[in-house]
Structure formats: structure tokens, C-alpha cells
Design a protein around this ligand. Structure first.
Ligand code: PHE
Ligand code: ZN
Ligand code: ZN
Ligand code: ZN
Length: 285
């Protein structure tokens, strides 16, 4: 777009979904290309006063086959105990940055970004989104990438265990999930960076997708659980301490962001999203 011009065509804001049983915030998005080439998108969040409603924000890329949809999602809400900057400003920021960069590319497939609401109230936003789609619309979603907590201070690079080979064995994701895990492993492996599997344990917004047979994957850097000595040896950081000591606490502020992890993982998020924006050959129909 031209400098100073707000271009509504960069993304189609597809959906403002009303009617959740609870409110977090009402969210409006402004697309502002004033700073091109360093394009900015402002997410304007106005304080919600009406109890009883919340909204996801779903944005589709301008380009791409509408029948081949690649989704990337992060929950935008936080718990009331704190501002939720690692959980989950981190994932939200990473997919927003990915959206900004991808907006300028004529992708082959449609890329759909989901900023979920009411995750902390029980995955309400993503559950209701998936439940509200027709089967035909669900079938167009070729895969879902989830990013919830990607900048934990005492981080481990956990990748959702789509092949059920390297976590505790909660089961593999739908066919195609293993390929997503492999692609992310390749990103880290090529850079000499460690990673390990984490189970699809139902604690984040991929749940409704895998329950409906949609391949899923993603990155997680750890929450309240304790880093083992083996993990500290491989990933650095502090053994016998939580991955994120400020999980669901007032101290989950901007000071709680692990900049190195955010940088590294945002690159992986951009890589995987852009890869699938052009190439779904590894993902079954
Ligand atoms: N979804 C959890 C939360 O928002 C955190 C979490 C993410 C736990 C991913 C496990 C895996 O509080
Ligand atoms: Zn949380
Ligand atoms: Zn979270
Ligand atoms: Zn695995």
C-alpha cells in the first residue's frame, strides 16, 4: 500500500464471533500501512464491559486457494491474575509478525490467522470456532499450528509430539501431525538447536482441531512444570525450577519474556507457516 494508507485488503477479517458465555475483551483490528516498508498492524483492544461475550479474531490472507487453508493460532486472552505476556502475548506477537511478513507474498494456499479468545476459560474460543464450521469448511483446513507460550524464561523447545515418538505417549496427532513435527525439528536441527516432544495433552487450542482429524503441531516453551537436570544440560537454564515461574501470575509482564527464545521461535513459526503456505505435499488430503 501507499504510505499512510490503511489497506483493508491485506487481510480479510473473516469473522467476528459473538455469543461466548464469558467476556475477556472486545477486540478490533486496524490495519495501518503508514510505516511501510516496516508495516505495522495495530491491534486495538478496547476494555470490555459487557459480561457474557467474547470474540475470536480470524484473519485470512489476501492470496491463496480458499479451498486449501493453513491455520496458525495463538490465544490472545490471559488469566485475570496477570497481564499474560508470555502466556500468551508471546504466541500472539509471533503470529502477528508472521502475518505482517506473509501479507506481502502471493501465497499458494490461504493462510488463516486465529487470535483466540477465552482459552483460559477452557479453550472456548477455538472450540466454538471449530464447532461452528460446516464440515465442508473444516475439510478445507489442511493443518493447524498452535503457539501458546513461546518465550518462557527458563525455556525448553517443546514440539507437539505428532508422531508419538518422543513424549510420554498421549498418542499421535491426526495423520500429517508427524510431518509438522518433522518440519519444525528440521528448522531447529539444522541450526544445531535442541528440541523435544511434548504430548497433545489437551491444554491448548489445538484440541478441537485434532478431535476433528485436522493435523496439528506447534511450539511450547514450558509453563509451571519443573525443568529437569537433563533438560538444563541440553537447553541451558536452571534445573529444578519452573519453565515459567510467573505462569498465571502478576509477574507475567514484559520482563518475563525470554528475548532469545522469542526470536528463535518466531523464526521457526514464520518458517513453518510460510512453508505450508506454499507446500502441502507432506500433509494428507
Ligand atoms: N494452555 C495453557 C495455558 O494457557 C498453557 C499450556 C500450553 C500448557 C501448552 C501446555 C501446553 O495456561
Ligand atoms: Zn494460561
Ligand atoms: Zn496459554
Ligand atoms: Zn515426536
Amino acid at each position: 500500500g501507499q504510505p499512510g494508507r490503511t489497506d483493508p485488503l491485506v487481510f480479510d477479517i473473516r469473522e467476528w464471533r459473538f455469543g461466548f458465555p464469558i467476556v475477556i475483551a472486545s477486540t478490533a483490528v486496524g490495519l495501518d500501512l503508514a510505516d511501510t516498508p516496516g508495516t505495522t498492524v495495530r491491534l486495538k483492544v478496547d476494555a470490555a464491559t459487557t459480561v457474557g461475550r467474547s470474540r475470536n479474531l480470524i484473519a485470512d490472507s489476501r492470496w491463496g486457494d480458499r479451498d486449501e487453508v493453513v491455520m496458525a493460532g495463538a490465544h490472545l486472552d490471559s488469566v485475570t491474575e496477570g497481564p499474560g505476556i508470555n502466556d500468551n502475548g508471546s504466541g500472539s506477537a509471533a503470529i502477528l509478525e508472521t502475518a505482517l511478513k506473509l501479507a506481502h507474498l502471493p501465497t499458494k494456499n490461504k493462510v488463516r490467522f486465529a487470535f483466540w479468545s477465552a482459552e483460559e476459560l477452557g479453550l472456548l474460543g477455538s472450540d466454538q470456532y471449530v464447532a461452528g464450521l460446516s464440515q465442508a469448511e473444516r475439510d478445507k483446513i489442511r493443518l493447524y499450528l498452535n503457539f501458546d507460550m513461546v518465550a518462557s524464561p527458563n525455556d525448553v523447545t517443546f514440539l507437539y509430539d505428532g508422531d508419538d515418538s518422543d513424549a510420554e505417549g498421549a498418542g499421535a496427532g491426526p495423520a500429517g501431525s508427524a510431518a509438522i513435527e518433522k518440519l519444525l525439528e528440521k528448522f531447529y536441527g539444522r541450526r544445531g538447536l535442541g528440541f523435544k516432544g511434548t504430548d497433545f495433552d489437551g491444554r491448548s487450542d489445538y484440541g478441537a482441531f485434532i478431535a476433528n482429524g485436522i493435523p496439528a503441531g506447534g511450539i511450547f516453551t514450558g509453563a509451571e512444570r519443573i525443568k529437569t537436570a537433563e533438560e538444563a544440560a541440553r537447553f541451558g537454564g536452571t534445573a529444578d525450577a519452573p519453565y515459567d515461574a510467573c505462569y498465571h501470575a502478576a509477574c507475567d509482564t514484559i520482563a518475563n519474556v525470554n528475548d532469545a527464545a522469542l526470536d528463535r521461535n518466531s523464526r521457526a513459526i514464520g518458517y513453518a507457516t510460510a512453508f505450508y503456505a506454499y507446500d502441502l505435499s507432506g500433509i494428507p488430503d
